[in-house]
Structures are given as C-alpha cells and as structure tokens.
Design a protein around this ligand. Sequence first.
Ligand code: OSB
Ligand code: MG
Length: 368
Amino acid sequence: MKLTGVELRRIEMPLVAPFRTSFGTQTSRDILLLRAVTDVGEGWGECVTLSEPVYSSEYLEGSADVLRRFLIPALQHTELTGAHQVAPVLSRFIGHRMAVAALETAVLDAELRAQGRSFARELGAVRDRVPCGVSVGIMDSIPALLEAVQGYVDEGYVRIKLKIEPGWDVAPVRAVRERFGDDLLLQVDANAAYTLSDARELARLDEFGLLLIEQPLPEEDILGHADLQHRISTPICLDESIVSAQSAAAAIRLGACQIVNIKPGRVGGYLEARRIHDVCAAAGVPVWCGGMLETGIGRAANVALAALPGFTLPGDTSSSGRYYEADITEPFVLQDGHLPVPDGPGIGVTPLPDRLAEVTTSTEWISF
Ligand code: OSB
Ligand code: MG
C-alpha cells in the first residue's frame, strides 16, 4: 500500500459542560483529525493532543507541525506492506507519540477498511460490548459534584472516576461514598498533582475502598510511585508515566503500579497499546482504556481496544453525549452501562459530512 497524502483537519467542538482537572479547565475541544489517502482507500485518525502542553509535553500545534514537517514526509518514499511499518519507519523521531499514533491509526484504518476487517478483530477483541465508566471533573462544590455523579449513575455508568487535587480529595470521595454507598465502583485521578510528601494525606483515601488512585505523582517519578505504594493501600494506577510497553514493564517491575491505564495516543498507537496490554496480562496487571475526550473517530477505536481480554476494569469509554451535544459520527450511546464494539471495516465509523463541515475550522492537504 502507498500513501498519497494526508489531510490535516482542525475541528472545534464545544463541551456540554466545563471539564476541570488538576491541570486546568476545558470548555471546548480543539481537535486535529487526520485523513490518510492511500492507493487502497482512505482512513481516519484522531490526534488526542490538548491545545496546551499541560497533560503531557505534546500540544496541538506541535503535533500538527511535527506531522507536516517530519512524520508525513518520512512515509513518502516508503512502500508499506501495512500500518505495522509506520511506527518502525518513524522510530528515528523522538517522542511526539500522539502525533505518531494519529498517523498510524489513519493508515491502519485505511488498510483494514480495504481488507474489510475491523479494529476489534485486528487487535484481538473478545467481547462485543464493553462496560463503561465516566470521568467526573473537579466541581465548585460538593452538592454540585453529587448532582453530577447522580446524573451519571442514572445514565447507567458502571464506574465513577473523580478528578482530585490537593484540597479536593478526601471530602468529595467521602461525600460520594456516603451518598452512593460502598458498592459503587469508585476511583480517583490526580493527574500528577501531588508529591511524595503528601503520602500521609493520600493514605486518608484508603478507608474508602477505591478501585485505584490514578497518577498521583509526576510523570517521571516512577520510584516515587513505588515508595508511595508502600505507604498507601489503595492500588496505584499509572496514566501519564506509561508511554510505551517498555516503560510499562519497568513500572510494574519496580512496583510503581498495580494497574495500568492504556491510552493509545499517549503510547504511540493501537499496536503499542496492544503490546502494553500483553505485557500487563503476562504480569497479571489489570488494564483499562483511558480517554482524551475523543470524538466518535477516536472513541470507536478505543472501544475496540477495550474489548481485549486483559481490559478487566471499566474504562473512560463514555458515551459521545458525556462531552458533546452532537458528535461528528453516529453517536456512541450507552446501553445498560455498555457501549457496543464497532464491527464494521476499520474503526467502523465515518464522519458525517455535514456535521464535520459544521465544526471544521481549517483543512490542510499534505501530498508528496
Ligand atoms: O487523566 O485520564 C486523564 C482527559 C484529558 C486528559 C487526561 C485525562 C482525561 C480524562 C477524561 O480523565 C477521559 C475521557 O473521558 O475521555
Ligand atoms: Mg488520568
């Protein structure tokens, strides 16, 4: 297969409500979509970088730049036998995994569509629907939080994740436990907002029976997480720190985590995500699929990944409506707390032309 060119398309999608984390508040999502055009057909990829480098070092304009300047041109003279060659060809470029992931996904989508094969089948899915959790942002007050959680519980979400930060941790967790009881699957995500000196404060969360605490310490602080795990009983789950199968293997060996959040964008694509799944499965470490407020394009592929056998915890694979009033594909709608795994060719969904046109802010065609 041969790549003819790639369209970089920027879209602007307002969020249904502000989403606040320890690194900032988002009210709208500026997203880069890739459409890879090949001799066998076209495919789509969603780049998950945020506008600012506040979750990881990557940011949207940086991803667009590295794609047009280096990553896309590097594929120009390569005869690809398949999308599995994309990452090896791009391996001389350091980092920029979210940009690499978007490009690999678009090429993989084109390849699989041409073969009539789904992402789910290609990746090794064993389920036709996946249980869904939801990520709940930091709120202005406990009553506002309880109202938001009530809404998600009523919608059928099977697991609630609360975003936390210093000053918004024990109180919201206690309030949610008191209102919804001990049976609610509940976890928290700190997005690296603490340091090891907060260990005593974080140990106060132990009494609430949380499934896990996600990324309490900074991305590079693997040993800090290992030390922290000796001081708290809540299982530590890493998100930001896991950037590859290699880093997952190291974190597990060092005792820095008992659970791993796999985000395909963060690790350079769905093929590396599957390798992390395999590493974790071999070590007996449960994994779940994280999210980056994806549109239907990214969400479709995430749901396929979440159907692999090692994904034994509900992921942040929420419905389209969790973030967007109107998605750019047919919306993903929760059914009894689950989302159906797309089984059509490739990612199994395609942008709705009118809807896509409505949200597009710019397009750029990069051909050779
Ligand atoms: O840490 O998991 C995270 C969103 C943006 C950046 C980082 C994170 C998140 C979420 C939302 O928690 C996950 C989702 O519902 O897509
Ligand atoms: Mg996280």
